[in-house]
Structures are given as C-alpha cells and as structure tokens.
Design a protein around this ligand. Structure first.
Ligand code: ATR
Length: 276
C-alpha cells in the first residue's frame, strides 16, 4: 500500500521490508539514519523497544507509549528541522529521529468509517490487554467512551490497564470482566482467530454477541474470523482490521510526505496484496 501511495504521489521513493532482531533494533535505526532514509515503520515487537531509541517523541507516541512510525529530519539553514522526505537540496549529515504512533488514530478512523462508530458516551467490551488491546482501550477512553469492559486471559494485565485508564481518563468507567447489559461495540484485540484452530477470544457462556451492536476484529487475515462470523450471525454490524491497517499506514505516509494520503489507491493495493 505504501508503494502504491508513493507511485500515485509521483515520489521517487521505495518502501521495503526488513527483518530485524530486537537486539539489533538500535543498530538498524542508526543504519537507516546514516543512509538518510526518509522514515520507518516498526511492528511487533519493536514498537515498545523503539520508544527510548528515538531523539524526539511526538505527542502521539508519548500518549500511547509506543512508536510504529519514525521520521528522519535535518536542520535547514535557518535551524528549522525539516523531514528528509521534503528536503530538496543535499541533506546535512546531522539527522534526528522523531517517533510517532499512528495505530491508535488508525483504529478510530476505521471504526468510524467501517462501523459508523464514534466513541463518545459509548460502552465497549475490549478483548485483550496486550500491546494492541492497551492502546485501543486507552484511545477509546481518551475519546470519551462512557464505559469500557476489559477482559484478558492474564488477569493482572487487565488490572494494570484499568488502573492506568482510571488515572488518565477518569471520565470513563473502567470495568473488569464481561458486561451484563448490552454494549455498543465488542473489539477483539487478542491474537485469537489468526489460526484456524484458535479458540474464540471470549467466553460464549459469559457473553452473548447478540448483546453487542457492532463487532470489530483487529485481525484482517482471515478476512472473517470465527468471532466475526458469529457476530454477523448474531446481528452485529462487523468489520475486520483492514481499515485500521490502512489508516495507520495512510497517516504514516502523511507524516513522511506532508501530502494527503491517496487512501483509495492504498486500500486497493492492500486488498489485492492480502486477499488476492
Ligand atoms: P499485541 O501487541 O498484538 O497485542 P501481545 O501484547 O502479545 O500482542 O498480546 C496478545 C493478546 O492476545 C493478549 O491479550 C493475549 O493474552 P495474554 O495477555 O493473556 O497473553 C492474547 N492471547 C494470545 N494467545 C491467547 C490464548 N491462547 N488465549 C487467550 N488469549 C490469548
């Protein structure tokens, strides 16, 4: 999707994938700085590790505690830091790294676009309190959800997350466990559903999907997990994680290029690459 965006914008860039061991993340970032890369995306398990490795943390990375996008910048003759992607003359050797997080806002955009869901005053059941679940719950609380129900296999993580939410976003009720009444949205942020043999990400004895208006699965492959298929049968509006993947990427493209991302082109490329 990034190469499709790059081509549509007429940029002479290339987006490439590299496999980096966590123990060599710092060296990898430094290598990219030395080679004057324009930017980077990072994925699991690098998003948390990168936080102390960048020179500057954008407010988005600071707020969600994870970096999934890096921008390289250099100082122009007036001393202003400018992204390398917008540099026309030859770049100086002193380059800084700025860390951003585009996942959290990507999720909100996808929920709005695909499910017409806006968090203000809503109640949500969040399944999973790992890296993705934590950012999702905090982002929803920051946008004014009334009530968040938190469920995770490892209970200690849910307690930690509930305390962090209560401290940072006291306007949202953080509840541990399944809701007894209906919710506006149930969100799967666990990895359950990636494999055909996986269990459901929730306990059907303790929560019925007909008690949710909408269901979102951050997983996009398979296109419909057993969780989403059950939710659809139960009458929920459903969407998979493709929209979140798209919007986190679109925002990253804008951070590097300072141009509006061609989201239609990106979505088409993504669909082709993932679903054929
Ligand atoms: P990510 O950054 O993608 O969120 P993660 O931090 O490893 O990755 O989180 C994975 C999530 O899926 C967690 O909520 C995890 O539950 P635990 O915190 O108990 O590990 C959940 N998960 C993974 N495998 C699971 C399984 N077999 N049963 C229940 N939950 C599972």
């Amino acid at each position: 999707m990034q190469n499709a965006a790059i081509a549509a914008a007429g940029l002479d860039w290339r987006y490439l994938a590299f496999e980096v061991a966590p123990s060599q993340l710092r060296e990898a970032i430094e290598g990219c700085r030395a080679m004057k890369f324009i930017g980077l995306n990072l994925t699991v398990p690098h998003k948390l590790l990168a936080v102390p490795m960048v020179d500057v943390l954008d407010a988005s990375a600071e707020e969600w505690g994870a970096v999934n996008t890096i921008r390289f910048e250099a100082q122009d003759p007036t001393g202003t830091w400018k992204p390398l992607g917008q540099w026309t003359q030859s770049t100086p050797d002193r380059i800084r790294t700025v860390g951003f997080n585009t996942d959290a806002d990507g999720l909100l955009r996808a929920l709005e676009e695909d499910l017409n869901f806006r968090p203000a005053a809503k109640s949500v059941l969040v399944l999973g309190a790992g890296g993705a679940g934590r950012v999702a719950a905090l982002r929803l609380a920051a946008s004014g959800c009334r009530e968040l129900f938190l469920v995770n296999r490892t209970e200690s993580k849910v307690h930690e997350l509930a305390s962090e939410m209560q401290r940072r976003y006291p306007g949202t009720q953080a509840r541990i466990g399944y809701p007894t009444q209906t919710v506006d949205l149930v969100l799967n942020a666990t990895s359950l559903g990636l494999k055909a043999t996986d269990d459901l990400p929730f306990d059907p004895q303790r929560f019925e999907l007909r008690n949710a208006t909408a269901a979102y699965d951050m997983i996009y492959r398979p296109a419909e997990t057993p969780f989403l298929s059950r939710a659809r049968s139960a009458g929920c509006k459903t969407a998979n994680g493709l929209g979140m993947l798209l919007h986190q990427g679109a925002r990253a493209f804008e951070i590097w290029s300072d141009q509006k991302a061609p989201t239609a082109v990106m979505r088409e490329a993504l669909q082709k690459a993932i679903y054929g």
